[in-house]
Design a protein. Structure first.
Length: 152
C-alpha cells in the first residue's frame, strides 16, 4: 500500500473529529467524496485505523480522580506475568496497563470517583491479584496535556 501525504492529512483530520462527513473531508483535502471514502476504507483495511470511539468527559461521569500505579510482581515467571495481565485486563477502573522496564514491572492508569473509591479498588480488587509484590501510587494534581492524536 502506498501511504502518501494525503493519507497523513486524512488521518490528522479523522483524529481531530472522526464524525466529519466524507463531503467535509473532501473539501478540506480537495478530493472527490468517492476518493475520500476509498482512502478511508483502505486505511481501515490496512490497519492504520483500528476503530472509532467517543471520548467521554470523565468529570461528567464522576470518574475524574486519576491515579498512576506502579506494580512490582514477586517474580517474573511466564505464569505470573500471564495471570497478572489477564486479571488486570478485566478491571474496569484500569484504563491502561503497560509492561515497563525499570524498578517496577507494570504501570496502570486508573480512573475512579475519589480517594475512597481508589482505596476500595486497591483493597477489594487490585491487591487480590496474586503475585503482586508491591505497589506505588501517584495521584494526578492537574492534567497539563491529554491527547489522543498521534502525530503522523
Amino acid at each position: 500500500m502506498i501511504f502518501d501525504a494525503t493519507d497523513k492529512k486524512l488521518l490528522e483530520y479523522l483524529q481531530q473529529d472522526s464524525k466529519q462527513t466524507n463531503k467535509e473531508l473532501s473539501n478540506k483535502l480537495n478530493l472527490s467524496v468517492t476518493a475520500v471514502y476509498e482512502r478511508i476504507k483502505k486505511l481501515e483495511k490496512e490497519g492504520f485505523i483500528s476503530k472509532y470511539v467517543a471520548l467521554v468527559d470523565k468529570e461528567k461521569i464522576n470518574r475524574a480522580f486519576v491515579v498512576f500505579c506502579h506494580i512490582k510482581l514477586v517474580q517474573h515467571s511466564q505464569a505470573y506475568v500471564v495471570k497478572f495481565e489477564r486479571e488486570v485486563a478485566n478491571l474496569t477502573e484500569v484504563l491502561e496497563c503497560y509492561h515497563i522496564s525499570g524498578d517496577y514491572d507494570y504501570l496502570l492508569k486508573v480512573l475512579v470517583k475519589d480517594m475512597v473509591a481508589f482505596r476500595e479498588f486497591m483493597v477489594n480488587k487490585l491487591t487480590t491479584i496474586n503475585h503482586i509484590g508491591s505497589t506505588q501510587s501517584m495521584f494526578v494534581i492537574n492534567e497539563v496535556k491529554h491527547s489522543t492524536e498521534i502525530n503522523v
